[in-house]
Structures are given as structure tokens and as C-alpha cells.
Design a protein around this ligand. Structure first.
Ligand code: NDP
Length: 329
């Protein structure tokens, strides 16, 4: 594993982080979740990403249980607040009330005294920004949160947030957007705005949820146990399918296979290595339904891809990669 600085901060994060959306507390049973966490630790992953909303709060509990006995200082625990975690009108968003309550609940479920990076999971236009940023500042001053991040905020929202963070001395150092060879919407605006503020990118879905692993083909049944087959028929699947599960996209992904092979990589490794070529990316958060996927994907850490390989990837995916910054969030 290699480690990078998170934006301008002094915090080191592993180039590859382990995330537990969809998997822990939901798609996989707890013993597999624990095996994935341990495979991550064995591979040198120190950065773990979750959110209060994942699996209706179970994902945080599963992660907390899986990390039992691990030296707290040896990992970075990152979680998020915004999406609803209960039925009440105050069980969501970035109000002072919900953020304080949500942070305490996350600490309990993660079985820890502090969160290393606490993300505002989405922008909340319904709450005055000073309320949100003062609550974050207080959580930092109380020692419950060490660093702050935002997720899927636009460049403008990030710049305005950074001004509040400066004023209230909040260490805003991370942005968590979707980023992959197929989803490059942060390149035009979010990354330059963050670079100006010293905010690093901790990117999600570097495999485009498994599409870039090359395991899907429209003329074959969905692989058993895969995310797509587990979700088949749901609105979530319809979105995924509508976006990428199309013959021309999957065939383009297949054309990347020889390139990966020439670079001595598998397709999933190529996809993770690709996001890490961007120096503004501090860490790529991978998901896994099996420990073997972690063991395979972490080999992307420290890989340098030639300019020529990067150009061939651009050519193959031209027309399929989304670049439009207005799709942020
Ligand atoms: P990926 O793009 O890495 O997709 C992970 C999935 O791809 C796995 O669960 C697995 O699914 C499949 N896969 C992984 N490796 C392989 C392999 N080697 N061969 C074949 N299939 C493979 O990331 P995720 O979409 O899971 O997102 C990663 C993390 O990012 C999340 O856990 C979460 O922490 C964070 N996130 C943040 C969001 C935000 O709004 N801030 C939103 C979404 C995610 P399967 O085996 O089931 O097919």
C-alpha cells in the first residue's frame, strides 16, 4: 500500500480505501464483511469509509464490530451525515440538531470516541450555512471530529463552504465525489475549486460499481451474486442499467482488457490505478462483496500508467465517459 496526504492536511490516508455501501449489513453477511475488513487491513488499507445511512445504520455497526481489537490509531474512520436515518423531520439534513445527534449515534455504532473525517453527505440548501459550519466547528472543538469533508457538492458550494470553514477554523480537507474512467464530471470544476482550497479528492465507485471489472456483458446472464444480479428489478438497478449496462459501453470496457494485460494488470486494477493517476485524488474508495476482490484491487496502489496508455483509454472510452460538470451531485 502507498499513502497520500489528504489535501493540504497532515492526515495520511491509504491510496485505496475500503467502503461498505450496499455490502455491509445488507448484501453480504457479517462474517464476509469482517473478512473484507481484515483483508483490507492485511493489505495495508488504513482508511475505512461508511455512512450513517448505509443499510439503515447497520453498515456502521458492522464496521465497528469488524474493527474490534484493532489499534484505533492505526486506522482512519470516515463517516457521513445528511440522508434520513429515522422517520422524523429532524432525522436528516445538516441542521445543528441532526448533525450533533447523528455524530453521537455514529460514534456509538462505530465504537469510537472520534471520527477521523466527517462528511456532509450532500449539500443542504434548507439550512443556513453558518448553522451547519458552526455545528461542524463545535464537533471539531469537542474532539469528536478531526477533519471535515463534503460529498457531491458543486464547485460553487465547495468554495462557499471553504469560506465558512476558514472563518470558523474548520479543517475542511476532503471532497468525496464519484470518479471513474466513465464518470469524470469533477475534472472541469470541482477539482480546480478544491485544488485552490487545499481539499483532496477521496473518490467513490472507481469501478463504476463493478462495470469496469469487465464481468458484465449484455449477451450473458448477470453473474450470480453480483451487485447487478442482487439488485435486478429494483429502481437502483434500472438506474445502473440505464447508465452503463448497455452493449456499446460494455464492449468499450472489453476493449480495455488487452491494455490492462499489456500493463500487467487486471481490468479492476486498471480502473483503480486510472483514478489514482490524478494527483488531486488522495484515495480511491473501493467496495467489495468478497475478500478476494480487495486482494486483487489493492494491487493498483503505486501503479504508474504511461501517458500512452492513458491516451488509449481516453480514445476507447471517448463518447462513453461523462464529463459534464453540471451532473455533479
Ligand atoms: P466500486 O466501483 O469499487 O464497486 C465495488 C463493487 O464492484 C464490489 O462491491 C463488487 O460488487 C464489484 N467488484 C469489486 N472488485 C471486483 C473485482 N475484482 N472483480 C469483479 N467485481 C468486482 O465501488 P462502490 O460502488 O462499492 O463504492 C465504493 C465506496 O464508495 C462505497 O462503499 C462507499 O463507501 C463510497 N460511496 C460513497 C458515495 C457518496 O455519496 N459519498 C456513494 C457511493 C459510494 P459485486 O461483487 O457485488 O458485483
Amino acid at each position: 500500500m502507498k499513502y497520500r496526504k489528504l489535501g493540504k492536511s497532515g492526515l495520511m490516508v491509504s491510496e485505496i480505501a475500503c467502503g461498505n455501501w450496499i455490502t455491509h449489513g445488507a448484501q453480504v453477511d457479517d462474517s464476509i464483511a469482517q473478512a473484507c475488513v481484515h483483508a483490507s487491513l492485511d493489505s495495508g488499507i488504513t482508511t475505512f469509509d461508511t455512512a450513517d445511512v448505509y443499510a439503515e445504520t447497520r453498515a456502521e455497526s458492522v464496521l465497528g464490530n469488524s474493527l474490534k481489537g484493532i489499534r484505533r490509531e492505526s486506522v482512519e474512520l470516515c463517516t457521513k451525515v445528511f440522508h434520513p436515518t429515522g422517520p422524523g423531520p429532524n432525522d436528516k439534513g445538516l441542521s445543528r440538531k441532526h448533525m450533533m445527534e447523528a455524530c453521537h449515534a455514529s460514534l456509538r455504532r462505530l465504537q469510537t470516541d472520534y471520527i477521523d473525517v466527517y462528511y456532509a453527505h450532500r449539500f443542504d440548501a434548507a439550512v443556513p450555512p453558518e448553522e451547519t459550519w458552526l455545528a461542524l466547528s463545535d464537533l471539531v472543538r469537542q474532539g469528536k471530529v478531526l477533519y471535515v469533508g463534503v460529498s457531491e457538492w458543486t464547485a460553487e458550494q465547495i468554495s462557499q463552504g471553504a469560506a465558512w470553514a476558514r472563518e470558523l477554523k474548520v479543517p475542511l480537507v476532503a471532497s468525496q465525489p464519484q470518479y471513474s474512467m466513465l464518470w469524470r464530471v469533477i475534472e472541469a470544476e470541482v477539482i480546480p475549486a478544491c485544488e485552490r482550497e487545499g481539499i483532496g479528492q477521496v473518490v467513490w465507485s472507481p469501478l463504476a460499481q463493478g462495470i469496469l471489472s469487465g464481468k458484465y456483458a449484455t449477451d450473458k446472464p448477470l453473474p450470480e451474486g453480483s451487485r447487478a444480479s442482487s439488485a435486478a428489478g429494483s429502481p437502483f438497478f434500472e438506474r445502473l442499467a440505464g447508465q452503463w449496462m448497455r452493449q456499446e459501453v460494455l464492449q468499450a470496457v472489453e476493449r480495455l482488457r488487452p491494455l490492462a494485460h499489456e500493463a500487467g494488470l487486471t481490468l479492476p486494477q486498471l480502473a483503480v490505478a486510472w483514478v489514482l493517476q490524478n494527483p488531486q485524488v488522495s484515495s480511491a474508495i473501493i467496495g467489495a462483496s468478497k475478500p478476494e476482490q480487495i486482494k486483487e484491487n489493492v494491487k493498483a496502489a503505486g501503479i504508474r500508467l504511461d501517458a500512452e496508455v492513458m491516451e488509449r483509454i481516453n480514445d476507447i472510452l471517448s463518447g462513453f465517459a461523462e464529463l459534464d460538470p453540471s451532473k455533479t451531485g
